[in-house]
Design a protein around this ligand. Structure first.
Ligand SMILES: [Mg+2]
Length: 277
């Protein structure tokens, strides 16, 4: 990593990172054992920085993952619909009752549609995630689900947003995404977004990158970042904003960044104790 990032990283107090494609190489692809223990060691010994996750995965998975890894920050799950605090074990829902009702109504229609089409559903509390049946892309399936909802009750589409990733169709409440939730997390932690670092790899991370960059925080990505992320980072760099793409992929990139942050803080605390002595 370029040493010019060192002074920027000194202001980081909370790290948020995506899981799939960032902290782990991909869905269902674990990190190497030595990477796991290296990250766990940093999470266990780091005193100045808290580490959290920002993922589309369901919140139980994200919370459990963070417990095993020993992270101590705020865990954002379900693309911003719900957060978990490692400090007190609390879950906070971030979508209002009206929107949750829309989601519940959509679920009644779509669960049946997906079941008939032989797709599958992933259990989440604040969003709906459906995998298409074999042989069908998530993009094509998302069009079908939109049509099924519109045929049932067009007003549902006003409160909901339908997007898709490589593997699934996601239905979230309008305004809920990985970015808007960061304002809430900053409040929970009592820090500014300029003190945050976000690491992500895919198009669904763009709302988070935008909020972090707009508020003076730092954006970083692994070498496997998607084209959309690379293009956005080019824009940020042209504006003189911190946007770093590692030459390493997923977990190795996270480890590089965390190690760098950890060393800066070790230097700082050693500096402080030298000053005291
Ligand atoms: Mg990802």
């Amino acid at each position: 990593m370029d040493t010019t990032y060192k002074s920027m990283l000194a202001r980081v107090k909370h790290v948020l990172m995506d899981i799939d494609g960032t902290l782990v190489p991909g869905k269902g692809i674990p990190m190497l054992a030595e990477q796991w223990s290296a990250i766990k060691n940093i999470a266990d010994t780091e005193r100045n920085i808290t580490i959290g996750l920002n993922t589309g995965r369901n919140i139980e998975y994200a919370a459990r993952f963070s417990e095993l890894l020993g992270t101590n920050g705020i865990i954002i799950g379900e693309s911003g619909g719900i957060v978990y605090s490692c400090r007190d074990g609390s879950f906070t829902y971030l979508i209002d009752k009206g929107k949750r009702e829309s989601l519940a109504r959509a679920s009644l229609v779509l669960d049946k549609y997906v079941d008939d089409a032989q797709g599958t559903k992933e259990q989440k509390k604040t969003m709906l995630s459906y995998k298409p049946p074999e042989g069908k892309t998530a993009g094509a399936f998302s069009g079908e689900l939109r049509a099924a909802l519109a045929a049932h009750d067009r007003s549902l589409l006003e409160n909901l947003e339908i997007t898709y990733s490589k593997s699934a169709v996601d239905i979230t409440c309008k305004g809920t995404n990985k970015g808007n939730v960061i304002y809430h997390v900053a409040k929970m932690l009592g820090i500014g977004i300029e003190n945050m670092l976000f690491i992500g790899d895919g198009a669904n991370d763009l709302p988070a990158f935008r909020v972090v960059a707009k508020n003076g925080g730092i954006c970083m990505a692994p070498a496997n970042a998607s084209q959309e992320v690379r293009e956005y980072f080019d824009v940020l760099k042209s504006q003189g904003k911190p946007a770093y793409i590692s030459s390493r992929e997923s977990t190795a990139a996270v480890l590089e960044i965390l190690t760098f942050l950890h060393e800066i803080n070790l230097d700082r605390s050693e500096g402080k104790s030298r000053m005291k002595a």
